[in-house]
Design a protein. Structure first.
Length: 169
């Protein structure tokens, strides 16, 4: 789904008139406004008719989905939206846009290549594949990482980038 981002997963039907619960991606935020086109994994498109917040979930009505059976058929489907239709925070980046980029320290010394992003307890963690085959995890916080730069710049923190640093217990 190039150019699209998964924004949620359809849950069970809500009521008898075709509405469904959607568990939205918490990193993207509320996106289910009327008129928004959502793509299903099979390539079919659904257009949001209406939506409203319901706790951590969103209740969504799609055009043409008018009964519980049609809503049930959507259960478990992921919903993707064109990235251009999703407003990002000023300092936010799409993961796909930064993967594969070279990562250097503040002095310009190569650290490795940005290979992935993992969920961390407090922050996302950037997974940097070192050229020696090792891996470094760096908290994705503005004070340490400049994702807007190309190559990505990481501020060195003692022990963070050193593969031989002793592990803490």
């Amino acid at each position: 789904m190039s150019g699209h981002a998964i924004v949620g997963t359809v849950g069970k039907p809500f009521g008898l008139h075709g509405e469904v619960y959607v568990l939205p991606d918490p990193d993207i935020g509320p996106t289910f406004r009327p008129g928004l086109a959502c793509r299903l994994p099979d390539g079919a498109s659904l257009v949001v008719a209406d939506s409203r917040a319901h706790g951590r979930r969103t209740i969504v009505a799609f055009e043409g989905v008018t009964d519980r059976e049609a809503a049930e058929a959507l259960r478990g489907a992921t919903l993707a939206v064109a990235r251009d239709d999703i407003p990002l925070a000023e300092d936010a980046h799409w993961v796909d846009d930064v993967l594969g980029r070279e990562v250097v320290d503040a002095a310009g010394e190569t650290i490795g290549v940005l290979e992935g992003v993992r969920d961390g307890a407090a922050h996302d963690l950037l997974v940097i594949a070192r050229h020696d085959g090792g891996e470094v995890l760096v908290p994705a916080v503005d004070e340490l990482v400049d994702l807007a730069a190309d190559p990505v710049i990481v501020q060195p923190v003692p022990g963070l980038l050193d593969p031989d640093a002793p592990e803490r217990e």
